[in-house]
Ligand binder design. Structure first.
Ligand SMILES: Cc1cc2nc3c(=O)[nH]c(=O)nc-3n(C[C@H](O)[C@H](O)[C@H](O)COP(=O)(O)OP(=O)(O)OC[C@H]3O[C@@H](n4cnc5c(N)ncnc54)[C@H](O)[C@@H]3O)c2cc1C
Length: 145
């Protein structure tokens, strides 16, 4: 698994715009933590994507190399589905943009949005996103069930 995560790292290194964090590197220990502290896994690589192209590249590299992968939005999965041991975590925490169209009563949210950032943007337009009350829950994880 260590070789596989190094292979994914090498494949992404030159084209990735976000952060690539490996064990022992600065920021890795904080980035690997999810809400349920009892699930203390150690991914071989955390790919913190800057945009959709980064996500596409991470998914392609992971599937071509055949490594275990987990996607993370708010990290609230109690069972720890948004992390893994040895594999790659595709971390969407830098992708929190919300665009509201008040006329159409629509909001477009990026894949890493938390409920709090959506509430802040939609309430300014007099709209509401009916969801949970804990602001740091991920919208994607909640919507996908
Ligand atoms: C403190 C707390 C409060 C909560 N409050 C509420 C509440 O008020 N109402 C409610 O309905 N639920 C609530 N929940 C449950 C919560 O909605 C679910 O656990 C939800 O799945 C968390 O989503 P997340 O993005 O934070 O978690 P994550 O762990 O990041 O993701 C959960 C799952 O979705 C997948 N996933 C996440 N984002 C994506 C994406 N963009 N593309 C593909 N897969 C993705 C992950 O891989 C994982 O399998 C709460 C949970 C906690 C711990």
């Amino acid at each position: 698994m260590v070789e596989a995560s190094e292979e994914v790292y090498s494949s992404l290194q030159r084209r990735f715009k976000g952060d690539l964090l490996r064990p022992g590197e600065s920021g890795y220990e904080d980035a690997r933590i999810i809400w349920n502290g009892m699930v203390a896994r150690r991914p071989g690589l955390i790919a913190r994507c800057a945009d959709v192209v980064d996500v596409q590249n991470a998914v392609r590299a992971g599937s071509e190399i055949g490594i275990l992968a987990a996607v993370r939005c708010g990290g609230h999965s109690l069972s720890g589905f948004s992390t893994c041991d040895g594999g790659i975590v595709i971390d969407l925490s830098r992708m929190r943009q919300v665009t509201v169209d008040p006329e159409a009563c629509h909001a477009m949210i990026a894949g890493g949005c938390l409920l709090g950032s959506i509430d802040t943007a939609t309430q300014k337009a007099g709209l509401v996103f009916p969801s949970g009350v804990v602001s740091h829950t991920g919208a994607s994880g909640l919507i996908l069930g």
